[in-house]
Design a protein around this ligand. Structure first.
Ligand code: GDP
Ligand code: GDP
Length: 436
């Protein structure tokens, strides 16, 4: 099910990042008196009452050294394209400026629900001053103080009223939901188009209420797949689409609803720091992962080159040692047919269950081979293990003292589980719990 998305828009220094942090509940981005200061995170989950939604701080998308008005326009575009509800923030201490009016005009035309917040209303006496903001045309302005956490409840009450009626998406257990993520220009949209035109692929329908939420259903060899957010990968020729922060935002949005994530790498330009960052999000989210080296037509294509490239990937993406690597060209369609079968393997492993008996045979054999460590004269005792979840497969190991389970021993057990059961294409999780 897709979560509602709320975007915060407003001039520099009105308090967007302060409010983002308040609503997200941790101080994760840097707030300073310098306008346009770099923010770490611009997309995060937030909760209000029984609503869990995603929040975007559009101020964190740095679009280069454009003049203020151009930047503002682009931020408004991001919000209009990505969000279900937009919080438009103005500054009570400065009144309505020309830039505010410009943004208001754009937002007005969008037909998206807009909630107007007047920030920096730090004390009740200032509440009388908010009436001038009715003139922006968004109805009742909500006085808030991001710095002091005032008025945010009333603001959020209004925001959630505008959430779209939840269309319960049938998440069919048999269907594999996957997405493609990667830097701008790695070939995401080319690869989607290539997949949809593959001989053995039957594209059944394209659904979605807005252009933005379109998923594509397809079948190949009797297996059904849904490509998440196909529309979002298609270029609309907007300036912000080439920014790094925006590509991260899109990736996070797509990962959320996926079983398996294809992490695309551009063979022509090679591995970049940004690739690792994006792959890291998919790993942290516990999704199945397939690494796809696209544009393989642009480099040497013998077996040796492939082996060398894979070694390079293994060195750069050590945390993805479980992810298979597929080399292909979206352009020439060479080796394209190898992709969906690999997605299927990753998905099967992502949902695989191991019976407790079989699991314990493997764990006990592992312990016999490499006895549990002793710390300060106390030995770790493993009583038994059991799988507690899928997507990703998660195991609880019951032990005498969880603190005695060191990272290295946990890693050893993980490797033994992988040796025995494969789990190619999926992270697995192991937790130590106390049982005496
Ligand atoms: P952004 O550029 O819109 O993201 O604005 P910031 O969140 O970085 O805030 C800009 C400045 O306004 C910082 O110095 C904040 O401490 C200050 N600020 C944010 N919210 C409030 C508020 O409610 N009251 C007051 N007085 N200052 C605030
Ligand atoms: P996106 O931004 O990740 O969606 O990337 P696009 O699909 O728009 O591709 C970016 C550019 O790379 C376009 O010019 C494509 O024609 C080109 N491209 C995509 N796949 C391949 C490929 O397999 N080989 C080559 N040589 N070029 C490709």
């Amino acid at each position: 099910m897709r979560k509602s998305v709320v975007a915060i828009v407003g001039r520099p220094n009105v308090g967007k990042s302060t409010i983002f942090n308040r609503l997200v509940g941790e101080r994760i981005s840097i707030v300073e008196d310098i306008p346009g200061v770099t923010r770490d995170r611009i997309y995060s989950q937030a909760e209000w009452l029984n609503n869990s939604f995603n929040l975007i701080d559009t101020g964190g998308i740095e679009i280069g050294d454009e003049p203020l008005l151009v930047q503002m326009r682009q931020q408004a575009e991001v919000a209009i394209d990505e969000a279900d509800v937009i919080i438009f923030i103005v500054n009570a201490k400065e009144g309505i400026t020309a830039a505010d009016e410009e943004v208001a005009k754009l937002l007005f035309k969008s037909n998206k629900p807009i909630v107007l917040a007047v920030n920096k209303v730090d004390n009740p006496e200032m509440r009388d001053e908010i009436y001038e903001y009715y003139s922006l045309g968004f109805g009742e302005p909500f006085p808030i103080s991001g710095a002091h956490g005032l008025g945010l409840g009333d603001l959020l009450d209004e925001v959630v009223k505008h959430f779209p009626q939840v269309v319960q998406q049938e998440m069919d257990e048999e269907t594999i939901y996957f997405s493609l993520i990667g830097r701008p220009n790695v070939g995401k949209s080319s690869l989607v188009n290539a997949l949809l035109n593959e001989d053995r692929v039957i594209v059944s329908d394209i659904e979605g209420t807005t252009r933005d939420a379109i998923d594509t259903h397809l079948t190949r060899d009797g297996q059904e797949y849904v490509i998440i957010d196909t529309a979002g990968m298609r270029k609309r020729g907007k300036v912000y689409e080439t920014t790094e922060k925006y590509s991260v935002l899109r990736a996070l949005k797509a990962i959320e609803r996926s079983d398996v994530v294809l992490v695309l790498i551009d063979a022509e330009t090679g591995i970049r720091e940004q690739d690792k960052k994006i792959a890291g999000y998919a790993h942290d989210a516990g999704r199945g992962i397939v690494i796809v080296v696209n544009k393989w037509d642009t480099v040497e294509t013998d077996e040796k080159a492939m082996k060398e490239y894979e070694d390079k990937i293994r060195a750069h993406f050590q945390f993805l040692d479980y992810a298979p690597v597929v080399f292909l060209s979206a352009k020439t369609k060479k080796r394209l047919h190898t992709l969906l079968p690999m997605v299927q393997v990753a998905s099967e492993n992502h949902t695989k269950r191991i019976s407790t008996n079989v699991l314990n045979d493997v764990i006990m054999d592992a312990i016999a081979m490499n006895p549990t460590p002793t710390v300060k004269g106390k030995r770790l005792k493993v009583l038994y293990a059991t799988q507690v979840a899928v997507k990703p497969p998660s195991f609880v190991v019951f032990v005498n003292e969880p603190e005695l389970m060191h990272f290295s021993y946990q890693r050893f057990l993980e490797n033994k589980i992988r040796d025995a059961f494969g789990f190619v294409g999926t992270p697995i999780k192991i937790f130590a719990r106390k049982r005496s």
